[in-house]
Design a protein around this ligand. Sequence first.
Ligand code: SAM
Length: 292
Amino acid sequence: MNDPLPPLREVIREYDLRAKKSFGQNFLLDLNLTRRIARIPGDLSKAVVYEVGPGPGGLTRALLMEDAGRVLSVEMDKRCLPALADVSTAFGDRLTVVEGDALQINEPEVLGLSDTQSSGVTEAHIVSNLPYNVGTQLLIKWLTLADWKPWYTSLTLMFQREVAERIVAKPGTKAYGRLSVLAQWRGQVKIAMKVPAAAFTPPPKVESAVIHYRPSEPIDADVKLGDLEKVVEKAFMQRRKMLRASLKGLVPDTISLIEAAGLEPTQRAETVSVEQFVRLAKVYRRTLDGTA
Ligand code: SAM
């Protein structure tokens, strides 16, 4: 499908949408690039896409041109709403725009996912060129849902490259940490595309990358998310220290906890695999409950 709208540069000029730093605005104006991002999740024709921060609508248009069944975009910057209304009209109202803060949104409710039968929508995908100032917070919101049959089928998200590398990092690397464990203990994640700073208007100081994430069964369904978050946070808070020091205070006998999980007290957090963190969280729970 061809683009029925004027070029984005014209739209930005017409509606005076100069990028604001406070909103984390770095726009993508190249439709070839945004269409490549829109294709990452696969066939979207029967899906609803949830997009955070459409801005002037570059990625939004690309999603609609790539045949997304429906797109719901949440934008905080009121200035963008008239330009987005034009996109909605041009694409036969397949786009709905909600003004608001994505951190506060109850997504299944605004997407109407409880009513999937009557809407014909079979799945929801999140696709976004995230505002960098709240990107990690949003990712954590989506990775830490209590109900692990998540409402979304996949995440396709632009981050600063350094953050993307932390999300996909493997043990034994500097980038490996809390984000890696949260993203990998019940999901598959990869870097789907690297994006140079020059692709954005204005260009940010650093390179970017798009990650693609699909939720899966957890490594161990008995582990409580809160317990995993607790041990991982504590272990990485002082990542250079050995586990016997960094985990101190978690339970009265830290060494027994570490050994019962099959780990060495002298290991450092970055050498502990995702599976081992999951085991550690399980032993932690048993210790707290007095059943270890
Ligand atoms: N999607 C557009 C593109 O690719 O050109 C804009 C991406 S820009 C990196 C991030 C967008 O998110 C901006 O339009 C900004 O106003 C919006 N935004 C920032 N914080 C937000 C929040 N908490 N909730 C919703 N939108 C937000």
